[in-house]
Design a protein around this ligand. Structure first.
Ligand code: ATP
Ligand code: MG
Length: 581
């Protein structure tokens, strides 16, 4: 029987309401960027719980990052109050860790097992293989095999020796967080039944980017007629390079023949120019034939997309810094929609409204330098794991030794202690300070729960430490920008070889996935979008000449307008030229 509509369905359009209020049972929500998928997921959970169809503790919601899990829980708290606390809202790796915290004995761990960071596991693997190079090969092969669904224990050879050594030291690695729960559940039907009774409803956001191990875990936790809501957009599948497979999304209705499919077509995020450009840009590689996506905002004459061509990466970075400075000078959020400037009583733009996106982390160097130079505050985040940075590991290692009530204070003290000890080594102290800044937002969230903080740290990606309240420009890799949105977006490095990225000597370049990344980048922008490129840039130490990205060709010229340094820097607020910005 269909559920009664509740006031939790207000604030949704009819399509979203149909999805959120749909009766229990498998559900696939397939929709483009900015259509309110994540919002609909939130309301579906709240709806099921308040209608009494589900107890809060029976909900398992899986998101792509720890940060989006945190956000989802906050939204749920707004909607259903304290009940949100008893829901399980986490990432796939967080889910694996949770299951292992309950089943540790069965895999030869103690209750206090730890997640080995990449440096630690490289040490262990090097002990086994004899050299760091072969250790890296071993670990890569192991990660890849798990992502492709080979979760069986390695009893023999180096892989087996590596696993035994990890366990002896009471450690699991990131890959184990998925492989071990799958192994456990596959060997024990009773356990499967217990977890299925516990989580009667499972929702997965960004389902287009699950890998085979995550998929198997999900299938184990969901009964064949189980209640699962999968949400995603195949055209935003961007983690294939890490083993994710959009095929799992595409076969959802075969896996769950009773599944209802709901499509959302209204884009609430971006103006019509941006939506139009994005739809054209993805068309040559779209996995969603006949995709419908239209802007619903009330922007009558949205500004065109700014295209900037710089001489080199330094000039490109300084263009971005100047354009931000220019836009901050008296521009209000509202006037971004029309090109008008500085009307009285309107709230102005601030640094936090800007985001700069790039394909490779290395591109952030020129940007950071230009921003430092121009006095533009920023927070830089990649999709890499937090513990990939040696300085983060140093700070983490120091936390137990410093006095300090809350975790945030401890982080501060640890940074101070390390800088004291290594004073003179400016390279190192700078990295340590940066690590401290990176960890601060996470530390703040953890209060005085040091163990919780360390667990969060071991599972988190840099982007999880993005501080949404900080008044800083966000510098993000395209992969880290999944699910996010900003009023003003600069997508830099739109060059052949960089976006699409081509690795020298790579066996296979997946241009379709590169195009999807471009699509994800374009669709982060709400009101203003700038695409820039440099004619020359230094890559891996050598100067290269780059042609414009072929992806730009798909964007009709009626939607774009060239912008240059001149238009970006002239301080004449009433000048019509500002429309170019
Ligand atoms: P992505 O594919 O990038 O993850 P999404 O489909 O998950 O996007 P959301 O992030 O949920 O989209 O929503 C995009 C924006 O549109 C958000 O700012 C959200 O608050 C807003 N929005 C969604 N639905 C509505 C609605 N019915 N009315 C007003 N605003 C909405
Ligand atoms: Mg989303």
């Amino acid at each position: 029987p269909p559920l009664r509509s509740s006031n939790l369905l207000t604030g949704l359009d009819p399509e979203q309401r149909a999805a959120a209020g749909s009766p229990p049972g498998p559900l696939l929500i397939i929709a483009g960027p900015g259509t309110g998928k994540t919002r609909t997921l939130t309301h579906r959970i709240a709806h099921l719980v308040t209608e009494g169809a589900l107890a809060a503790e029976q909900c398992l919601a899986i998101t792509f990052t720890r940060r989006s899990a945190e956000e989802l829980r906050e939204r749920l708290t707004d909607l259903v109050g304290a009940r949100a606390r008893s829901m399980t809202v986490t990432t796939f790796h967080g889910l694996g860790a949770l299951i292992l915290r309950e089943q540790y004995e069965r895999v030869g761990l103690s209750a206090r097992f730890q997640v080995a960071d990449d440096a630690r596991r490289l040490e262990v693997a090097t002990e086994v293989t004899g050299s760091p190079a072969s250790a890296r090969r071993l670990l890569e092969a192991r990660d890849e095999a798990t992502a492709r669904g080979a979760t069986a224990a390695a009893d023999e050879g180096e892989a087996g020796a590596y696993e035994r050594r990890l366990r002896e030291q009471d450690l699991v690695d990131f890959t184990d967080l998925l492989a071990l729960p799958v192994r456990l559940l596959e060997a024990d039907n009773g356990l499967v039944e217990r977890y299925r009774r516990r989580w009667r409803w499972i929702g997965v956001d960004e389902y287009q980017d699950v890998d085979a191990a995550q998929y198997r875990l999900l299938r184990l936790l969901t009964a064949p007629d189980g209640d699962i809501t999968a949400i995603g957009d195949p055209d935003q599948a961007i983690y294939g390079f890490r083993g994710a497979d959009v095929g799992f999304f595409l076969r959802f209705t075969e896996d769950f023949p009773a599944a209802r499919t709901v499509r959302l077509s209204r884009n609430y995020r971006s103006n019509a120019t941006i939506v139009d450009a994005a739809v054209q840009a993805i068309a040559p590689a779209s996995l969603v034939p006949g995709r419908e996506l239209r802007a619903v905002g009330d922007f009558s004459d949205p500004p065109r997309i700014g295209i900037h061509v710089a001489a080199d990466e330094r000039a490109e970075a300084s263009f971005v810094a100047r354009a931000i400075d220019r836009l901050l000078g008296g521009t209000s959020l509202h006037s971004l929609d029309s090109g008008r400037v500085g009307e009285d009583g309107e709230e102005g733009l601030s640094f936090g409204d800007f985001c700069v996106l790039y394909r490779t982390d290395a591109q952030s160097e020129a940007l950071a330098a230009a921003f430092d130079n121009a006095g533009v505050p920023f927070q830089k985040r990649s999709h890499d794991r937090l513990t990939a940075r040696p300085a983060v590991r140093m700070v983490a290692g120091e936390l137990a030794r410093v006095a300090g009530a809350g975790v945030e204070e401890r982080v501060r003290n640890a940074v101070a202690a390390l800088c004291d000890r290594h004073h003179g080594d400016t390279g190192l102290t700078t990295s340590v300070r940066t690590a401290g800044e990176l960890l601060a937002p996470l530390a703040r969230r953890c209060g005085d729960d040091l163990e919780g903080f360390l667990a969060e740290l071991s599972l988190g990606a840099e982007v999880d430490a993005l501080d949404p309240r900080a008044d800083r420009v966000s510098l993000l890799t395209l992969h880290a920008a999944k699910g996010l949105e900003y009023p003003v977006v600069f997508l830099v490095g739109c060059e052949e070889g960089l976006l699409p990225l081509r690795f020298p000597g790579a066996e296979r370049d997946d241009d379709a996935e590169e195009r999807r990344l471009f699509f994800v980048g374009l669709t982060r922008a709400r009101r203003r979008l700038y695409l820039s490129r440099a004619r020359r840039r230094t890559r891996r130490g050598s100067r290269v000449e780059n042609a414009a990205s072929s992806f730009l060709e798909a964007i009709p010229s009626r939607l774009t307008m060239p912008v240059d340094e001149e238009t970006a820097t002239r301080r004449r607020p009433k000048d019509r030229q500002l429309r170019l910005l």
